[in-house]
Design a protein around this ligand. Structure first.
Ligand SMILES: *Cc1c(COP(=O)(O)O)cnc(C)c1O
Length: 390
């Protein structure tokens, strides 16, 4: 297909000369990995969001795996999450030999529904199958109702992992996303389409020192060099101990340098996303679309601008997608309900149990939103939507 105009992706990174310089500085330094930059990035993110501890990994997928392991998720356990998420939010439990179940979404926020969660917990308690942990995703950056979820977690005794891959820079009520004020562990992703990037990368945040140590160890082969964690007395200055079977999920200093440099633009990025979102709200309000909801007391990371087609247009969902892509507007769909993935079919989920997720999947569309999207480009997106929906 030949296109005259450059196509507009749904999301992309914004790289400055300072980012490039920061990476080059590490390349010219003594350490490409296991140097000071990873620790500096961890400290900077932890301080920024108000968490006590942060452990950087090579992806959020790795961080989610480590979070589950650190919380003791294993065979015989069940972990619940939302079906409208990237597969990694659910896969993390399966890596640990646990099984996964889903809670239907809220029709307004598209996050895991607290009402459905409460009902499902009541049922699960009767059958003695309460979840070990619930992975809560702040879809598109809009914070889930953490206070209600935390109360349920205290009542029923499950852990809460926030998959905040979309939500760095946001806040829930008076707390920053990542502060773990309502969760045991929060995870960020630094993939290039996310709010800030390190190329590939993820981070686990927690206020629990024991969890932090466990995650840090599992992140690097299960090895410790800290005397107070060792089981035997040291043999000498070379000595370390492998205490458990861990992984090499470490972030490199090259990636951390990019992440750290990007972090200094976090506020600028998120406020630009909000500005563009408000422009969309205004420009699209007369179209047959459901525009994104946000809670007036919260601040979204605004990773995605998700619109939904009104009911009468749902039958044209695919055609509308194709027509927009044809015009160079590279809309995307976040996400296919996870239980629909072929790898999940043997687990025999019934789509009828997730009516809101199905409705969402039949009508949702992420339209371009990223800091470097110009107002002219945004106007092109609006025009394409008008033509296609008009
Ligand atoms: C991107 C994403 C992940 C995985 O992040 P990676 O850093 O690419 O491993 C997990 N969960 C959600 C909700 C995501 O959007």
């Amino acid at each position: 297909m030949v296109k005259s105009k450059k196509s507009i992706p749904y999301g992309r990174q914004s790289i400055s000369q300072a980012d490039v310089d920061a990476v080059i500085a590490v390349l010219n330094s003594d350490y490409l990995t296991q140097g000071p930059t990873v620790a500096a990035f961890e400290r900077a993110v932890a301080d920024r969001v108000g968490a006590a501890h942060a452990i950087a990994s090579n992806s959020a997928t790795s961080s989610l795996h480590l979070a589950c392991l650190a919380l003791g998720v294993g065979p015989g356990d069940v972990v619940w999450t939302t079906p409208i998420t990237f597969v990694a939010s659910a896969n993390c439990a399966r890596y640990c030999g646990a099984s996964v179940d889903f809670v239907d979404i809220d029709p307004l926020s598209y996050n895991l529904s607290v009402d459905r969660l409460r009902e499902k917990l009541e049922q699960a308690e009767k059958h003695g199958q309460l979840p070990k942990a619930v992975v809560v995703v702040h879809l598109a950056g809009h914070p889930a109702d953490m206070s209600a979820i935390r109360s349920l977690s205290r009542q029923y005794g499950f852990y809460v992992i926030e998959d905040a891959s979309h939500a760095i820079g946001g806040s829930y009520r008076s707390t920053k996303i990542g502060s773990c004020a309502y969760s045991d562990i929060t995870i960020f992703s630094f993939h290039p389409v996310k709010v800030i990037t390190s190329g590939e990368g993820g981070m686990a945040l927690t206020n629990d020192e024991r969890l932090a140590r466990k995650i840090a160890r599992l992140n690097s082969h299960g090895i410790t060099r800290q005397a107070d964690e060792m089981q035997h007395s040291s043999h000498g200055p070379w000595y370390y101990e492998q205490l458990e079977l861990g992984y090499n999920y470490r972030m490199t200093d090259i990636h951390a340098a990019l992440g750290l440099s990007q972090l200094s633009r976090l506020e600028e990025f998120v406020s630009r996303r909000h500005l563009l979102a408000r422009r969309y709200d205004e420009a699209l309000k007369d179209l047959p679309l459901v525009l994104p909801w946000r809670h007036e007391q919260d601040y979204s990371g605004f990773h995605l601008y998700v619109v939904r087609l009104r009911d009468d247009l749902k039958k044209n969902h695919r055609a509308i997608f194709e027509a927009l892509r044809e015009r160079g507007v590279l809309v995307n769909l976040h996400y296919i309900p996870v239980y629909r993935q072929p790898d999940y079919e043997p687990l025999e989920f019934n789509a009828a149990n997730f009516p809101q997720a199905e409705t969402y999947y039949a009508s949702a569309m992420s339209i371009p939103l990223y800091p470097d999207l110009s107002e002219d480009e945004q106007n092109e997106v609006v025009l394409a939507l008008r033509e296609v929906l008009g």
